[in-house]
Design a protein around this ligand. Structure first.
Ligand code: ADP
Ligand code: MG
Length: 245
């Protein structure tokens, strides 16, 4: 379904991800973990085809309109005064087409999704007026409406309260039970252990990829940390680079 073959991505000559090979099986539920700056977001963007690769290949068998992507919260602009229902309806984009309008079926699906994430009564509120937990629920409602086969989530629980996290985690497990393929960037090792069968551990290079229990070993986590500490040595180069971005 998703196959990485020697994938390498660089931002202005600085490799963010290099020589990554492996495969996300159909229907798998995979956590992507690693220290800050280890290339997790870069991996999801590469699968989405949003970045120019500097080496290797990404093969995705799922058609573009059957893939859903939830970017990291910090990358989403919600200053646009869009009501909750309209934001959820954007999940229907592949069915809307060039001339299509919103039909009764789409409205019903949006309302069902809003209900499913516990936001009934919020349909008319603008997304900018919501708490970050409520807004993340809106984005999950949009994913529900989108009905994708491959779902990519970048830190879906970051800064979420425990109730929202538990509710959204249930949705992810439900998608997995339905046979969808889910790849989620996460931070909480205990949560990964408890709910995610497969794990990819990144530190710009691939540290380990496989069954979660085999990946989340002390030795692997230590190796990822050691690799990350080495990046700090060249921090001034990276910071200058970012300041120019
Ligand atoms: P993670 O999601 O694991 O924290 P990222 O994939 O966002 O890591 O970033 C990996 C590395 O690439 C980091 O050093 C980051 O600063 C750098 N990077 C990410 N995006 C850009 C960009 N648009 N321009 C320059 N450097 C970037
Ligand atoms: Mg990231």
């Amino acid at each position: 379904m998703v196959r990485l073959d020697n994938l390498t991505v660089s931002y202005r000559q600085h490799p963010a991800l290099h020589h990554i090979s492996g495969q996300f099986a159909n229907g798998s539920l995979t956590a992507v973990i690693g220290p800050n700056g280890s290339g997790k977001s870069t991996l999801l963007k590469s699968i989405m085809g949003l970045l120019k690769l500097s080496g290797g290949h990404v093969q995705v068998s799922t058609p573009r309109e059957r893939i859903a992507y939830l970017p990291q919260m910090t990358e989403i602009d919600r200053s646009f005064p869009m009501p909750v229902r309209d934001c959820v309806l954007l999940g229907c984009w592949s069915a809307l087409g060039a001339w299509g309008g919103v039909n009764a079926d789409m409205l019903a699906r949006a309302d069902a999704a809003i209900h499913q994430v516990g936001l009934e009564g919020f349909d008319e509120r603008t997304v900018g007026s919501l708490s970050s937990g409520q807004f993340q629920r809106v984005l999950f409602a949009r994913l529900l409406v989108q009905d994708a086969d491959l779902i990519l989530l970048d830190e879906p629980f970051n800064a979420m309260d425990s109730r929202t996290t538990a509710a959204l985690l249930e949705l992810i497990k439900h998608w997995h039970a339905e046979g969808r393929t889910v790849i989620a960037v996460l931070h909480d090792d205990a949560q990964v252990n408890a709910h995610f069968g497969q794990t990819v551990l990144l530190a710009r290079e691939l540290v380990a990829w496989g069954d979660t229990a085999a990946v989340l070993t002390d030795a692997n986590l230590r190796r990822a940390r050691t690799l990350a500490e080495a990046w700090d040595d060249s921090a001034d180069i990276c910071h200058t680079d970012e300041a120019l971005a």
